[in-house]
Design a protein around this ligand. Structure first.
Ligand SMILES: [Cu+2]
Length: 115
C-alpha cells in the first residue's frame, strides 16, 4: 500500500475511534458501576449509586446462566446471561430498585439510587 494511503487509513481509523468514545450520551451522564454475579450471588448485593449512573452486571460464573429481573411498574428482565455476558441499565430516578434472578428467585439484589 502506498505510504500516503496507509496514513489516510490510519487517520480515518483514529477519527472513528474518537467518534465512538464521544457518542452522545455514552459517558456524559455519569459513571459505570459493576456488579459481579458469582456463586449464585450479586456482588455487592446492595449498591448505592448517584442518579445517572449505569450499573453493569457481569456474569462471572464458570457455567451458570442468570438474569437480572426488576418487577413492578419499571419492571424488566435482562436476556439470559451466559458466563462472560454483561447487562447494563442506567438509573436516572432516585428510588430503591429491588431485583432478582429469573431462573433463581432466591438470588436478590438492590440498587439504591440517590440524588
Ligand atoms: Cu441466577
Amino acid at each position: 500500500m502506498p505510504r500516503r494511503l496507509r496514513r489516510r487509513h490510519f487517520v480515518q481509523a483514529l477519527a472513528t475511534g474518537l467518534a465512538c468514545t464521544r457518542a452522545p450520551g455514552a459517558r456524559a451522564a455519569g459513571s459505570v458501576v459493576v456488579v459481579e454475579i458469582r456463586d449464585y450471588k450479586y456482588i455487592p448485593q446492595n449498591l448505592t449509586v448517584k442518579a445517572g449512573t449505569t450499573v453493569r452486571w457481569v456474569n462471572a460464573e464458570k457455567r451458570t446462566t442468570h438474569t437480572v429481573r426488576f418487577d413492578g411498574p419499571d419492571g424488566m428482565e435482562s436476556e439470559r446471561l451466559f458466563p462472560g455476558d454483561t447487562f447494563e441499565r442506567r438509573f436516572d430516578k432516585p428510588a430503591r430498585y429491588a431485583y432478582i434472578c429469573g431462573p433463581h428467585p432466591e438470588m436478590k439484589g438492590l440498587i439504591e439510587v440517590i440524588d
